[in-house]
Structures are given as C-alpha cells and as structure tokens.
Ligand binder design. Structure first.
Ligand SMILES: Nc1ncnc2c1ncn2[C@@H]1O[C@H](COP(=O)(O)OP(=O)(O)O)[C@@H](O)[C@H]1O
Ligand SMILES: [Mg+2]
Length: 361
C-alpha cells in the first residue's frame, strides 16, 4: 500500500485564538482542549486553538496523516518522518517565551530550525531568520520605499555604560523626537515596550532599561513615538499564499492602558490603503525555492500604524511589522473562515513544496 502523505504541525499557542464553539470539532481529541492539561493549553477551557483546528480540519477532509508536535517534542527524528512540518503555533520566539518551562528550548529549536531543509521545516530558516530580525528588515523595506516609523537600531553587544546611553539620547534629540519608544528585538506581545519622554529621560534611566533586557535580547529598536497609534486604529492584514485574505483593526494594550480593543470590520478605505503597502513586501522577502520554483509564504500578517511623518493624516498609514504563520490569526475576531481557508493555504503549500498530491476524502 502506498504510504499516506504526512504533515507535521508544530503547535504551541496559548489561548489567544480560541474558537468559541468547540462542538464543531468533535474530531479533535479532548487532550487538546483539556484545561487540566496545563502543560500544553494553559488558560483554555474546552476551547480549541487554531493551531490544532487547522490540522484536524485537514485530516477530516483529506487522506493524510497529521502529526501534532508539541514544543517539548521537537526533535529531528520525529520531524524527518513527516513530508513537511509547519510551524503553526510555534517559532523561535515562542521558544523564548517558554523559557520558564523549558530553559534550553530556544537554543534547541534554533539548532533544529537552522537545518530547515533536512528537518523538513516550513518556513525555511532563511525566511524565519529574516522575520526574527525586525530592525534590519524594516530598514530594508524602508530603502525599497515602504513607509515605516522613523527607526534606528541598537545591538546588545559592546559596553553598556552611561556614556553610551548619553550618545543614544543625543541621537534621539538630534532627530527631534519629543517622545520615543524602545522595544527589544525578538520581543513579542509588546514585551519590553516602553515609551519615554525625551526631555525627562536621563542617561541613568535609559541605561537601566537597556541593562534589564540586553542579555536576553540581541538588540533594540528605537523609534519616534507615533501619536497616530493613540488616535487611530492599528490595522492587521492577513495574506494566504500571497493573496489578501482578511483584516481586523485593533488598539493595543500599551495604547488603551487597559485591554486590547478590536474591530471586526475595519474601515474599507484604510484596508485598501494598507493593502497597497503590504503587497510591496512580498518581492523583498528571501526567496525560497522548492522544486525549482519560488512560492509565497503560507500566511503572512502585516501590521500597520498611523501616520507617516508623525502627523494625524489618516491617509498615511505605515508598516509597523510583519509576521509569519506562527503569529496570531485573531480567529474569533473575524467573520472570515480562518480554519477552512487557512487549511486550504497549508494544503496548497504542502503540495507545492513536497510535490505530493493530497486526495479529498
Ligand atoms: N513607534 C511607536 N509609537 C507609538 N506606539 C508604538 C510604536 N511602535 C509600537 N507601538 C505600540 O506598541 C505595540 C507593540 O509594538 P510592536 O511593534 O507591534 O511590537 P510586538 O508586537 O512585536 O511586541 C504596537 O501594537 C503599538 O500599539
Ligand atoms: Mg505587534
């Protein structure tokens, strides 16, 4: 008998993408929505995350084996048994987050992910490593004419002392930024995000901040604080196989001061505006060839803020960052059928990359 194609899914979401009605997914073993299984699904109760809903949707509709891999189960042997493994709820940044549980996980998965071809991992390390280094990619995008917030980068290497902090502050003053934000590279979920008023920030305060994070993070991004973030929606746009899929609007916790605010249907004109910008990043991503062809990533999320030039001009959104398929899908905040369309996007990429056709049941 011919061997069934095997798709691995590396999971690890922590309850941000709950699909409310888990009754729609009786095929999913209770193990994956059992709140007492806190090692895997802390905070969730009888609800299902998108990183298991997608694999089980695929299994339900296609003649395929799926292999759900938990963060602690990542090893080359297991991965190589599958034709292709998708990072869906897990990436190196998740590995960093899980440090409290698995202190060596980040280093371990880096070693494995770096050999993405032999370990059958998608996306390739080249693309993963590109997205993990937010400062450099923003600079690359900027050079190509994509609007971003005024930014400069700091590396966590070298000496950190008051003189260095003073030089950084002098640079901020030279740029004329009244307020600035600083965030660690490889951070996520606004971790380490701080906004400082330039005139009130002493060398000592800045140095204290840098010393707090520099051992854990490879660098920092310093940006002009953009007032539009406080006034207007941020936009998030999802692209499946390189095509626009859906969008939501949000106001981050660091902005509202309480909890994240989300709008299911963002203003159309702003979506259109951001689509035009988001489209431009695709040719700038590292090219990843499989079977002699270059394919777009399964999923990309582009995030936007307002407004270019630190004005309050709603027609001037800029790109804040982008994420790959392990990012949040905001499944319960959109009417877009994320599980069905997301599954199809993974299937399409699987077939292209492995040259194996999946048969419908
Ligand atoms: N330059 C900026 N000025 C003002 N607010 C910002 C700026 N950059 C980010 N923010 C706010 O901080 C939040 C988190 O920053 P972001 O760049 O998205 O980092 P991450 O999501 O990787 O933690 C954003 O969603 C936005 O609300
Ligand atoms: Mg963000």
């Amino acid at each position: 008998m011919k061997k069934k194609p095997r798709i691995g899914f590396i999971i690890g979401k922590d309850g941000e993408d709950l699909i409310k009605n888990s009754k729609d997914f009786p095929e999913i073993p209770h193990y994956f929505n059992d709140s007492s299984n806190y090692q895997l699904r802390w905070g969730t109760h009888n609800k299902i995350d998108v990183d298991v809903a997608i694999p089980y949707w695929i299994k339900k509709h296609y003649d395929v084996e799926i292999d759900i891999i938990e963060p602690s189960q990542i090893n080359s042997e297991r991965l190589r048994k599958n034709d292709l493994n998708f990072c869906i709820g897990f990436d190196v940044i998740t590995g960093k987050w899980l440090k409290w549980q698995y202190p060596t996980l980040e280093a371990h998965v880096r070693t494995i992910f770096k050999k993405s071809k032999v370990n059958h991992i998608y996306p390739s390390w080249k693309l993963q490593n590109f997205v993990y280094r937010k400062g450099p990619y923003l600079k690359k995008f900027q050079k190509a004419g994509i609007p971003i917030a005024p930014t400069f980068l700091l590396r966590s290497t070298g000496t950190f002392n008051l003189a260095r902090a003073r030089r950084i502050l002098a640079k901020i003053k030279k740029y004329g930024w009244e307020k600035f934000v600083i965030k660690p590279e490889l951070g996520a979920g606004s971790f380490g995000f701080e906004m400082m008023i330039t005139a009130n920030t002493t060398d000592k305060k800045l140095l204290k901040y840098l010393n707090k994070y520099r051992k854990e993070f490879p660098g920092f991004m310093v940006q002009q604080a953009m007032q539009g973030f406080y006034k207007f929606w941020e936009l998030r746009l999802w692209w499946y196989n390189g095509k626009f899929a859906y969008a939501i609007a949000n106001k981050a916790k660091v902005v509202t001061g309480t909890k994240e605010k989300i709008a299911r249907t963002p203003p159309k004109d702003i979506v259109e505006q951001c689509k035009k910008i988001g489209k431009k990043i695709f040719p700038l991503l590292p090219k990843i060839k499989y079977n002699g062809k270059n394919y777009p990533p399964v999923m990309i999320r582009t995030d936007f803020g307002c407004c270019q030039g630190n004005t309050l001009d709603k027609n001037k959104y800029f790109l804040n960052e982008f994420e790959l398929q392990a990012a949040n899908y905001f499944t319960r905040h959109t009417n877009f059928p994320v599980v069905i369309e997301g599954s199809k996007a993974f299937i399409k990429t699987f077939q292209q990359v492995t040259n194996k056709k999946l048969c419908k049941k």
